[in-house]
Design a protein around this ligand. Structure first.
Ligand SMILES: Nc1ncnc2c1ncn2[C@@H]1O[C@H](COP(=O)(O)OS(=O)(=O)O)[C@@H](OP(=O)(O)O)[C@H]1O
Length: 486
């Protein structure tokens, strides 16, 4: 059967594989009323000097965005982003769309009914939430029941090789594939000896980013959990893909040769990676169309390996100050990848390099996602201006260092054995130790408050926001109707 076509933006028609026209209902296109943020936007990001955030130093040229959807992907630096969202919402009294516990029914697709306080809308009133940011498997149709379609949608990706190292250690006992493997190297040497599609926690062991983005799996990789709807389901609507269309992103998305050959860019001493030549691109059009769909939904995708560069772009796109995005690293495992540039091969042994190549090949959908959003990020950096970005990144890092010295014992993350205050002890899970922070004593009241916000792990912060939004109802002693006898 000849490929059918899909409308791009207003006019262009390009061939589209049938499998993509049969994408499940949760892959709808959101009503994009707000254009992508045009860059550059601010004359220069402002950094407030006092520790506790105060007034902005300059009158900004745009109103800060406060309706946000952050897709919190797993093992990608997303808890560090969550901390800044928690702090921002907390300080500005914004309402979070919260899960009853800590995730929205993951690994099942997100359902609006999972949000605390959600009421199905009638009469077109604006949903009452500002920020949706806890772990979910993305499902646009249901997200739009909770958040306005002109919310700022963003997420974060990480090199699948670094992500695999992190996930193997963290989900060793959760994923049956990982549990059976003696080491990550052994797993990646022959993954099919351990991995069974549909087995418990298998999504942690392969293409975890792709899974979190709620994307269906290509026909040859179909699994029980991967494609929640049968591709032959006659009730599925056709997918209209509307790439963001503004700027170079759409063009790159549709360039079949561009997908695995990002233009090499140097900034801050980092060089972008080139792709493994051996990658099987049998399903490349499926992948490209999925990426085009993501481009139509997400306003920005951060890259963990360029975390600070990503934060500067985020602040700019949201019209926030740099202080709003400066923070500490959360959820790092002792001896993990943090600090190592996973996109450069410097200092890696032959075994490391082999493991990296194998991890990227095994997680080839995630690798495609990563390469795509890495390229998008650098396109935005070029638009923003490299030297302007470098100075903003330097400012951000200086501010983080000053905050760390001022707030933290040792000025850095510590082994959990030193964290006796339960408010700051990160949830310990997996085979590694999850690092956290100890606050210095003798801080002023205002500084103590700000340092606490910076150091509070995600679960405790979620509980705090939950208690603020849903204050426990005080049960007064009930009046008795009985006439008390003397
Ligand atoms: N700023 C920054 N830059 C780069 N990498 C970072 C950053 N912040 C956190 N991390 C690393 O991300 C890993 C934790 O990811 P998540 O917070 O998404 O994990 S979780 O899914 O919420 O459990 C965890 O990786 P590993 O240490 O390799 O396990 C963190 O070290």
């Amino acid at each position: 059967m000849p490929p059918r076509s899909v409308t791009l933006g207003d006019s262009e028609e390009v061939p589209c594989p049938l499998s993509l026209l049969q994408m499940p209902t949760h892959l709808l296109v959101r009503d994009r009323k707000v254009p992508l943020p045009s860059l550059p936007r601010l004359p220069g990001l402002q950094l407030r000097q006092p520790l506790a955030p105060s007034l902005r130093l300059a009158v900004s040229s745009c109103p800060p965005r406060q309706r946000l959807v952050f897709l919190k992907t797993h093992k990608s630096g997303s808890s560090s982003v969550l901390n800044l969202l928690h702090r921002y919402g907390d300080r500005h009294g914004l309402r979070f769309a919260l899960p009853a516990r800590y995730q929205f029914g993951y690994p099942r697709l997100f359902q609006a009914s999972r949000v605390k306080g959600y009421r199905p809308q009638g009469g077109g009133t604006k949903p009452p939430f500002h920020i949706l940011c806890h772990h979910m498997r993305f499902n646009l149709k249901e997200v739009l029941q909770v958040m306005p379609s002109d919310s700022f949608f963003f997420s974060i990706v990480r090199d699948p090789a670094a992500l695999a190292r992190s996930a193997f250690s963290y989900y060793k006992s959760t994923s049956s594939a990982f549990r059976k493997a003696p080491s990550l190297a052994a797993f990646l040497a022959s993954p099919r000896a351990f991995y069974r599609p549909g087995a418990r926690g298998d999504h942690y062991a392969r293409n975890l980013l792709w899974f979190d983005f709620g994307l269906p799996f290509p026909p040859e990789m179909k699994t029980k959990r991967g494609n929640p709807h049968s591709p032959r389901d006659p009730n599925l609507p056709q997918l209209n893909i509307l790439p963001s269309g503004t700027g170079p992103r759409a063009h790159h998305t549709l360039d079949p040769n561009g997908l695995f050959h990002p233009a090499p860019t140097v900034a801050g001493g980092h060089r972008q990676t080139s792709s493994p030549a051996s990658l099987d691109l049998g399903s490349s059009s499926f992948i490209q169309w999925s990426l085009a769909w993501l481009d139509s939904v997400f306003d920005l995708v951060l890259v963990a390996e360029y975390f600070d560069e990503s934060l500067v772009l985020l602040a700019d796109a949201l019209c926030w100050g740099l202080d709003d995005v400066v923070g500490f690293m959360h959820n790092a495992q002792a001896g993990g990848e943090q600090g190592r540039s996973a996109v450069s091969n410097s200092g890696l042994t032959t075994e490391d390099m082999q493991l990296t190549a194998r991890a990227r090949a095994w997680n080839h959908l995630d690798w495609a996602l990563y390469v795509h959003f890495n390229r998008s990020l650098w396109a935005r950096i070029n638009q923003y201006g490299q030297s302007r970005l470098e100075s903003a990144v330097a400012e951000l890092r200086a501010r983080r260092e000053a905050l760390a010295k001022h707030c933290l014992v040792g000025g850095e993350a510590l082994d959990p054995k030193y964290i006796t205050d339960r408010r700051f002890r990160p949830f310990q899970f997996g085979s590694g130790k999850v690092l956290g922070y100890v606050l210095r004593s003798g801080l002023s009241l205002a500084d103590q408050e700000e340092c606490e916000r910076l150091a509070t792990p995600e679960l405790q912060y979620k509980d705090k926001l939950d208690a603020k939004q849903f204050p426990p109802t005080v049960s007064l002693p009930r009046k008795t109707s009985r006439v008390l006898s003397p």
